[in-house]
Design a protein around this ligand. Structure first.
Ligand code: OOG
Ligand code: NI
Length: 486
């Protein structure tokens, strides 16, 4: 794709230099990544078409959903919405990635410890954080860092460390342009296009492993993921996930179109009012690779396809309820049950999670954005001088509370996706404790608390409604004191 063609010339004027906004650079980046992955993995194209068809059907069948999404400004982001995932090897790589994502307005949000699920990594998600940036393009990258200390054999650990220390995953020009953006405060359109072109090189697939067949086998025996991270010259993007409006329909359609879908949809069950995140994937491709030293041939599984449906962001209390219900089902599942019964158990357990927006709101289970739906009635009530009362305004449908979309990930689901795509059934868990501080030291900053972001977003929408109310009230009061004379 010629990305120059896609540059929107709507640039921000910053003193004398015209910089592209970070939102525009992220937009370019997500388009370029999608184009590259489409070429690399033809099944991704099938997946995109499938999701577009399912979304189209869903909107046709449920026009009220379309209207709602249109009103909330969510429709425009649906077609471009993706998340991707990469796996890094060293602290230096993670810190470099943080600087690069920052140019695109993507910041580390949340900490995910996957060691408890038998995956020797911890992670964060780089994503935009403010409401406007999310509306433009919410592109996110789930970024894992290998936990070297979880490689049990000290000799293999030292070898893996030495291999990783020798590689450099960024192009020199990508680093130069990042530095330039940091010192000058932005990148102009030409530099931004160059930056994106350089950055996507880091995410490319390389079929030549950098290690010998024997080393690959040893790394693989430690954990499939160790082999995936250490054996190649860079952190190939391992999936790009579009967002569907009906994941059950998408799951059924996957098998119909010849994609081998994983058995279970991860996350909460189907509900009238979706919460958090439901995800499914097709299994990783077996790809041929060549090994270093003798050029012998082998196969590696890493890249796969995934689809997700997003619902409401939950408060701390809502999330605790979700985690408890899910773990109830998971412990029942250990008694060895089939897919059907898993789904039945999941639905049964989640009858304890209210599926009514007012109840979810009033019990403080989810986050909401407040919007004025009936401006005339709002102006009228405010003008009468009664005190601002959100409950009354909501009960009269003058103000509506819309669930805020969950923009993050779920560790149990992520572990399920990792497991099914690593192709193995290794279910061992590491007894290591979560290591957030160590992760943040590698990142060279703290991760942002996602709950705090949703809370701020809810509060600022309420502040805006309240402010409007007081403005109208003040104006009405002024008019009653100083009536406009005819
Ligand atoms: C990442 C798996 C996690 C998700 O959607 O939860 C993930 C990986 O396999 O590297 O992408
Ligand atoms: Ni994913």
């Amino acid at each position: 794709m010629n990305i120059n063609m896609n540059i929107n010339m709507n640039v921000n004027v910053n003193k004398k230099i015209q910089f592209l906004s970070s939102d525009e650079i992220r937009n370019l980046f997500s388009q370029s990544m999608s184009a590259m992955y489409r070429e690399e993995v033809p099944q991704y194209d099938t997946l995109l078409n499938l999701v577009a068809d399912v979304n189209c059907n869903t909107l046709e069948k449920t026009p009220e959903l379309g209207r709602k999404m249109q009103d909330d400004g969510e429709m425009q982001r649906l077609a471009v919405e993706r998340h991707g995932a990469i796996r890094l090897g060293t602290a230096e790589e993670l810190a470099g990635m943080r600087r690069i994502f920052r140019v695109m307005g993507m910041f580390p949000v949340g900490y995910y410890d996957l060691s408890v699920a038998g995956v020797p990594v911890h992670a964060t998600a780089f994503r935009p954080t403010d409401d406007e940036a999310l509306r433009i393009n919410p592109f996110r990258v789930f970024t894992s860092l290998l936990r070297m200390e979880l490689i049990a054999d000290p000799a293999l650990r030292a070898q893996a460390q030495a291999i990783l220390e020798k590689r450099s995953i960024f192009t020199p020009r990508a680093l130069e342009l990042t530095q330039q953006c940091e010192t000058e405060g932005g990148l102009d359109a030409i530099r931004a296009a160059e930056f994106v072109n350089e950055v996507i090189q880091t995410f490319r697939w390389h079929s030549q492993a950098k290690v010998s067949y024997d080393t690959y086998q040893q790394l693989h025996a430690a954990h499939r993921l160790v082999a995936d991270v250490v054996s190649f010259s860079g952190p190939h993007i391992n999936h790009l996930t579009p967002r569907t409006l009906d994941i059950d329909a998408a799951q059924a359609e996957m098998s119909r179109r010849g994609l081998s879908a994983k058995d279970l949809i991860e996350g909460p069950p189907r509900r009238r009012h979706p919460i958090l995140l439901r995800q499914t994937s097709f299994k990783a491709l077996e790809e041929s690779i060549t090994f270093a030293e003798d050029g012998s041939l082998g196969a590696h599984t890493a890249r796969f396809g995934e689809i997700e449906q997003r619902g409401a962001a939950l408060t701390g209390a809502g999330r605790a309820l979700y985690d408890r219900l899910l773990s109830d089902v998971r412990s029942m599942e250990n008694s060895g049950s089939a897919v059907n019964s898993y789904e039945a158990q999941l639905s049964a357990a989640f009858t304890n999670f209210p599926d009514d927006l007012d109840v979810m709101h009033d019990q403080g289970l989810a986050f909401f954005e407040y919007v004025i739906r009936d401006m005339d009635a709002f102006t009228h009530i405010a003008g009468t001088g009664v005190e601002f009362d959100l409950a009354i305004l909501r009960s009269q449908k003058i103000v509506e509370a819309l669930p805020i979309i969950y923009e993050d990930f779920l560790p149990v689901s992520a572990a399920g996706i990792f497991q099914s795509n690593l192709g193995g059934c290794e279910q061992n868990s590491y007894s290591a404790s979560s290591a957030k501080e160590q992760f943040e030291a590698a990142l060279q900053t703290q991760v942002i608390d996602e709950i705090e972001l949703y809370k701020q977003s809810q509060e600022s929408s309420l502040d805006a409604v309240r402010k409007k109310y007081f403005q109208i009230q003040a104006k009405a009061l002024e008019l009653s004191i100083n009536p406009v004379c005819c």
